[in-house]
Design a protein around this ligand. Structure first.
Ligand code: SF4
Length: 386
């Protein structure tokens, strides 16, 4: 039995999740984008009704922290006035859709996003964490992001729908119908148990999806490189340490006047921007050591945490070699980085456990480590187990 709680659903705005510092209210930007006015509205709502701290989630959403039972209603009213709230919890829960941020303004990808969003209403009952990724931009970038059905491109440019965990996809004829049909196949094939389940787990049981015979455009390197902050063809990517910012930072970003696209890398994409903004909290140097560490909220912000995470991760960042990733997790759930990392430290009641090349839920090769032990271990992150 795990020590941490598996909830099987993601928080939303209408169904927030309790945390150590109050309710977490997750805003899912419609179409994967925020106008400057919407971004400013979120920031001002975070100041008025929360503690002013905003997280970027691994599903490209924004989370407002420190909301109370009393302030939740007024918060929702403020966000609804800016078109940021779904009509009901069921609609909100289904809208697990990540869109590639690397797309021109008003592109065909926005049209596909609208088609897929509308199709969600036709989906069969799906698990709370079931999601979609529209990754059909100039280059695939979302293969490492959580999704169950992926819209990608084949080498000849045709759109394909690829079930997560399967190497091939089916050529899209009608995006809405085809996506609904694949989701129906998932449900009918035993993908849902007790309201939970993921596509990759179903595929992993040897169940073969029908009609999937077309490869995506390019084989994806493993582990997937994360896009670097800085200028890109379609705009500028800016990062935030641990994906967290103060509301004032979001207000300053909104004032630049660009559409903001949250990303699953806990960065924000400023569409059509050409200049790197000079805003205090932003990480814009690809060589910044903080980009090599990832850490969840940890104690005291998460009630399940068995130790502090971000202070430790900050203190160790400069020791992590370029190209490596250190994940510090407050418990074995590994929320901040579900996939493998070069080195993972997991808090436990008896110090930190250490996993090399695995995830927070793997069995640690060393346990009972104190923070004082860690710098020496990090100096040789690829060393064989001690
Ligand atoms: S991994 Fe971190 S954020 Fe997730 S439940 Fe554990 S302590 Fe909390």
């Amino acid at each position: 039995m795990t020590a941490w709680q598996v909830k099987g659903w993601c928080p939303g705005a209408l169904r927030p999740m309790a945390s150590g510092d109050g309710l977490i209210v997750r805003v899912r930007p419609p179409g994967g984008r925020l106008s400057p006015a919407q971004a400013e509205a979120i920031a001002r709502a975070a100041l008025a009704h929360g503690n002013g701290i905003i997280d970027l989630s691994a599903r490209a959403n924004l989370q407002l922290r420190g909301v109370t039972e009393a302030s939740h209603g007024p918060l929702i009213a403020d966000l609804r006035a800016h078109g940021l709230i779904d009509p009901d919890i069921e609609t909100e829960q289904l809208r697990n859709l990540i869109v590639t941020p690397f797309r021109p303004a008003s592109s065909y990808i926005d049209a596909l996003t609208a088609v897929l969003t509308a199709a969600l209403a036709q989906m069969p009952p799906l698990p709370g964490k079931f999601g979609f990724a529209l990754d059909c931009g100039p280059r695939p970038v979302l293969s490492g992001a959580s999704a169950d059905i992926r819209v990608e491109r084949a080498a000849d440019g045709q759109l394909i729908l690829r079930p997560d965990g399967y190497g091939l996809g089916r050529v899209v004829n009608d995006l809405a119908q085809d996506a609904v049909s694949l989701a129906q196949w998932f449900a009918a094939s035993g993908g849902v148990t007790d309201g939970r389940g993921r596509m990759a787990a179903l595929i992993g049981r040897g169940v073969v999806p029908p009609g999937c015979d077309t490869a995506p455009a390019q084989p994806l390197p493993q582990p997937l490189p994360q896009p670097a902050p800085g200028p890109h063809a379609e705009g500028v990517l800016v990062a935030l340490a641990f994906g967290q910012m103060r509301a004032e930072t979001l207000i300053a970003l909104a004032a630049l006047g660009h559409e903001l696209r949250p990303t699953p890398w806990r960065m924000l994409f400023l569409a059509a921007a050409t200049q790197i903004p000079a805003i205090a909290e932003l990480v814009t140097d690809p060589a910044e050591p903080l980009l090599r560490v990832t850490a969840c909220t940890g104690a005291p912000g998460c009630p399940q945490a068995l130790g502090q995470t971000r202070t430790l991760a900050r203190s160790l960042a400069a020791l992590v070699p370029a190209g490596s990733v250190l994940h510090v997790s407050g418990c074995a759930k590994g929320c901040a980085h579900p996939g493998p990392a070069d080195l993972t430290l997991i808090a436990s009641p008896r110090g930190f456990g250490l996993v090399r090349g695995g995830t927070a839920s793997d069995t640690p090769m060393q346990t009972g480590l104190s923070p004082a032990d860690l710098p020496d271990l990090l100096k040789a992150p690829h060393a064989p187990p001690l």
